[in-house]
Design a protein around this ligand. Structure first.
Ligand code: HEC
Length: 280
């Protein structure tokens, strides 16, 4: 996974951090018409719990083994056309299509890796204590399902079935008259997949880790196309500072064609701004 995490509590509020760390982590699942809360031990006690080995794990960038549960075991009653939202502790929100999460068999299969207090995972970064736990979405054979790095949310607190992003935030939609083949539509799909986990656009979206990408100004209005392409490919190649949180999008994750379509969508949305009330 490519996020850097904000640990705002560290140093500011040691007591709170300690009490949070001491209490058992919980996972809330709201799906298939039911709601349940699980502790790691209760998930690992399920019959489907198993060990998975992940070559080149996305969060740890090396081979890893985890105790895990097929995600499908938690999504009883969920239909393949639903959207499943994974909410992480720091506000990162991945909206994933249910179909690949429900798949079992020989293709890409999603597992919820579960960290237990007696077998803690290594820290994500040297010198820090945070791990990818307590719950982390990993994939076996991801290449068979075209699964990309944004589909490996970690530090998960909540998994819930929701209406698709654009149903909940129609302000994200491009003009209704465009054909299904229009590059702007493809660009919108790329935006949903790669950018909506952190940004809003027209103030619509689940996460607010990064700035809104349309109001008051759309980046296509103040960055040259080549600079914007470069920023998306590698933000630090345009502007560098220690605490930057936007990840790189190399060609392996976002093809040149997808990037071109994404820019077409962003440019298109500059003509579809929501009115903005003045800030104080
Ligand atoms: C993991 C979270 C994350 C994801 C995913 C992400 N961004 Fe960002 N983005 C940020 C943050 C945070 C900033 C503010 C700068 C920083 O801290 O890196 C930012 C800044 C930007 C900026 C600069 C805005 C400005 O004027 O300074 C643009 C443009 C941008 N993102 C576009 C995108 C696009 C397009 C995508 C999808 C391909 C994307 N971002 C995906 C977190 C993210």
């Amino acid at each position: 996974m490519y996020r850097l995490r904000l640990f705002l509590f560290a140093g500011i509020c040691t007591t709170l951090t300690q009490s949070v760390a001491a209490s058992e982590p919980e996972l809330t699942v709201v799906a298939g018409g039911g709601m349940a809360t699980y502790a790691p031990a209760s998930l690992l006690a399920m019959p489907a719990a198993t060990n998975v080995t992940i070559p080149g794990d996305v969060a740890y960038k090396r081979d890893m083994s985890f105790r895990a549960l097929p995600v499908a075991a938690l999504l009883g009653g969920v239909a393949p056309d639903e959207t499943i939202r994974f909410v992480a502790n720091d506000g990162y929100v991945a909206n994933l299509a249910a179909a690949p999460l429900l798949a079992r068999g020989d293709g890409a299969v999603a597992y919820l890796a579960i960290e237990t207090p007696d077998a803690p995972w290594p820290p994500l970064r040297a010198g820090e204590s945070a791990t990818a736990g307590p719950f982390y979405l990993v994939w076996v054979r991801p290449e068979l399902g075209g699964i990309q790095s944004g589909q490996w949310p970690y530090q998960i607190a909540r998994i819930e079935s929701v209406a698709p992003l654009v149903k909940r935030y129609p302000v994200l939609a491009p003009a209704p008259g465009l054909s299904a083949q229009d590059p702007i539509r493809h660009g919108f799909a790329a935006y949903e997949k790669h950018c909506s986990a952190c940004h809003t656009l027209n103030l619509g979206g689940d996460a607010t880790i990064g700035p809104d990408l349309n109001v008051p100004y759309n980046p296509t209005e103040y960055l040259r196309v080549d600079a914007l392409r470069r920023l998306i490919r590698d933000p630090q190649s345009l502007r560098r500072w220690q605490d930057a949180k936007m990840p790189r999008f190399p060609v392996a994750n976002l093809s040149d064609r997808e990037l071109t379509d994404l820019l077409a969508y962003l440019r298109h949305m500059a003509d579809r701004k929501v009115p903005l009330t003045p800030t104080k």
